[in-house]
Structures are given as C-alpha cells and as structure tokens.
Write a protein that binds this ligand. Structure first.
Ligand code: PMP
Length: 406
C-alpha cells in the first residue's frame, strides 16, 4: 500500500481549513517561556491570590461526596445550580436573566464559536471593533465569516462610524449578522465603551436588524470596583451576552456561558451538544463550590488592586521610556493597554530586536482582519510582576528609540 503523504491530506481539507492560522498570541507564547524573557504578550490572569488549599478541599469533597454525578455526563445546557449562580453574577451588571436562558460552555471561546456557527453562513459579515480580540477573529475566519471593523476612539466604538459602516455594507448588498463587541476593558485596546454610547449602539443595531454579541470577560475587573451597564440590560431581545469564569476565577477550568433569548438558547444547546455533549460536570461543580462557598468577590477585588497597581506601573514606565510621539490608552480595568508608535516606526521591525532585548508583546496587526495596526501593539499587565513590567517597558522603549524610522 502506498503511504498517504501529508500533502495528500491537506489537499483534501475543507475550504474552511484555510481560515485556521496559528494564533499570534500562541506563537509568541513559546518566546515568552525563554529564560529572562519578559512577556507583555499573554493576557493570563494572576492566580497567585487564589486559596489553593480551599479549592483542593472543594475538589476533594466533590469527588468524595458527589463523584457519581461529577464524573458522569451531565445536562447539555449545564447544571441548574451553576446557571442560577451565573444569574446572580450578571445581576451585578444590571442584567435580569432567567437561568433557563443560560447555556454553559467550555469557556466563552466556545460560546463565540457556537453563536457564529448558528448565525453565519460563509461570506456573512460580522462587525467588530477595530482592533478586536484575536481569538474571535480566529473563530470568525474558521467559519468563513467576513469581519468588518469599525473605528474606535477613547470612548470605545464610535456610533456614527457604526452607522456609516452598516449603511455602506447594506448598499453593497452584504448580509450583516451581528456586531461583536467587547464593551468593557476591551481586549486589546483596554478601552471601555462610554455610558452615553451604549444606548446609541443598541438602538443602531436594533434599527438595522443586526444582533449584538456582547463579550464581557473583564466586566467585573474595574480598578475602582464600579460596574458598567451591560448592553444586554438595554436590549435583552437583541443581545447575546457572553460571560466567563476565566478572568475572575480560573481559565483552566474552561467554564463560560452565553445568555440568549429562549429560541436561540435552545439552538445553542443543540450546537453545543453536537460539539462536546455537555460541559465538564466536574469543572462546573468546582466553580459552583467556589462561587457559593468562598468570598470570591474579595478575591476579585484583591486581584483588581494588583492589576490596577501594575497598570499604574506600566503607565509611569511608558511615560519615562517611550520615545516622543508614542501614545497609549489608559485603562480603568482589565488586563491591557494599546500602544501606538510614533510616525515612521514599524511594529514588525520592532518585534525581533525587542525579543533580542528580552521583551515580547503581541503586534497590533494580530487584532485586525485586514492589514492594519502596523504601528500598534498590545501590552498585557496582568501577569508579570511590577518590577518585570517596568523593566519590560524600559527594554521596549530603548529598543524602539534605537530603531531606525522607515
Ligand atoms: N473574549 C475575550 C475578549 C477574551 O479576552 C478571551 C480570553 N482571552 C475570551 C473571550 C476567551 O475566554 P475563555 O477563557 O472564557 O474562553
């Protein structure tokens, strides 16, 4: 029998396989692991404040007392207990939700995939902020949806630009399925959508017959403890809300959710069952125990104090070390700041010398579906220590200053 070569297999791939590319964040991940490398790249939460002993006890108790259930298949929608706890969490952002409208997923990444699968045919348009979450771009590309990005400013998505983009696309006869937006402490820009723009954006989408996918993994991570009003709370019939325990508890447990109107939620469940049968029961039970049996809000507040302090350290270091003409956003929560280089400086030219100097980041182009962001980059301040962040920014500034302008 002749051997089947890799190229024979790849020649048989479906068209959608061309949409899957290595994530730029994952690519720099390997570089991040090098000794003495300071990583401003990955948006990992700081788990150092988690009560590991308590969590270990909870896991032990779950297996010992409810092992038959925890290690078995479970409901396709998720456990009722966790759905109810999620309703309580979302109430903190003004959302009044029924637990049966919640589909639990393996992280909000899966929720993104499900919503896109359910709504988008190849060639349908998804609107998104420019820049937007690189992982969402990967999902959308894999499902052959076209992403059109709408400009932002320091108050977030610009309503007039959204309206203009919708008008242009409609005039071209394009089908727009939804606006994908990260209103709070956006990944990658760090920007939060201003309160007065929320109603405008909800109204524009409603009038244009476009749904909204509100992705909100960072909403509870404000530096001052305040919460923003969810878009979902403004128009529950037209917004699908994506939440996650990854940033407020643990990304490793892979538990997120979608809140959607009844018919959509039911179809999401069928799509979820076709993918994973059911979310991990053990993970859900551990999240349930943690949320109901531990003062998780205090943990979040403590983690936010750390993120806030690290963000301040980065802001001060940027002021000190970045060359004239550089600008950056000033986040009020979350994990990221977004840097724009002075005219003539290119991020592509900066990356390798920066790695050589011992600092790595994600280039801005990763956050755009079309060529853009070539003079921009994302800095994550969530994971490295204050000292490492300051040193990382210093290395970045020194490398950038030495870089010839193009
Ligand atoms: N959306 C955004 C904006 C994110 O930043 C992330 C994680 N980096 C996700 C979704 C996916 O998170 P999860 O771990 O819940 O899948």
């Amino acid at each position: 029998m002749t051997t089947i070569t890799d190229s024979l297999h790849t020649a048989r791939f479906a068209d959608r396989a061309d949409g899957y590319h290595p994530s730029p964040v994952r690519e720099v991940f390997e570089v991040s692991m090098r000794p003495n490398m300071i990583s401003l790249a990955g948006g990992n939460p700081d788990l150092s404040g988690l009560p590991m002993e308590r969590i270990a006890d909870m896991a032990h108790q779950i297996i010992k007392e409810r092992g038959q259930e925890a290690l078995q298949y479970g409901s396709g929608a998720g456990t009722t207990e966790l759905q109810e706890l999620i309703c309580e969490i979302m109430a903190m952002e003004g959302i009044s939700a029924a637990s049966e409208n919640i589909q639990i997923t393996s992280g909000s990444q899966m929720a993104l995939e499900l919503v896109t699968k359910l709504f988008c045919n190849p060639g349908d348009v998804i609107l998104a902020e420019g820049p937007t979450y690189v992982g969402a771009l990967g999902t959308f590309a894999g499902l052959q949806a076209d992403v059109v990005q709408v400009p932002i400013d320091n108050k977030g998505l610009i309503p007039a630009e959204l309206e203009k983009t919708i008008g242009t696309l409609k005039a071209q006869g394009r089908t727009i399925k939804f606006l994908y937006t990260i209103p709070n402490f956006n990944n990658p820009s760090g920007i939060t959508l201003a309160p007065d723009r929320r109603r405008a954006i909800v109204d524009i989408c409603r009038a244009a017959g476009i749904a909204i996918v509100e992705d909100n993994p960072y909403g509870l991570l404000s530096f001052d403890g305040s919460t923003q009003q969810a878009l979902y709370a403004l128009d529950p019939d037209n917004v699908f809300y994506l939440g996650s325990f990854s940033k407020i508890f643990s990304p490793g447990l892979r538990i997120g959710w979608v809140l959607a109107p009844t018919e959509v939620r039911k179809r999401l469940q069928l799509a979820a069952e076709a993918t994973t049968i059911c979310p991990s029961v053990l993970s859900q039970m551990l999240v349930e125990s943690y949320i109901s049996g531990f003062d998780w809000r205090s943990h979040v507040r403590e983690a936010c104090a750390t993120y806030s302090r690290r963000c301040d350290a980065v802001m001060d270091a940027l002021k000190l070390h970045m060359p004239e003409g550089s600008t950056w956003t000033r986040p009020t929560g979350g994990f990221f700041t977004w840097i724009t280089l002075p005219t003539g400086k290119s991020v592509d030219a900066l990356l390798q010398p920066a790695i050589g100097a011992g600092v790595v980041f994600v280039p801005g182009s990763a956050f755009f579906a079309e060529p853009a962001g070539t003079n921009q980059l994302r800095v994550a301040f969530s994971f490295e220590t204050d000292e490492a962040l300051v040193e990382g920014i210093r290395r970045l500034g020194v490398t950038l200053t030495a870089l010839p302008s193009v």
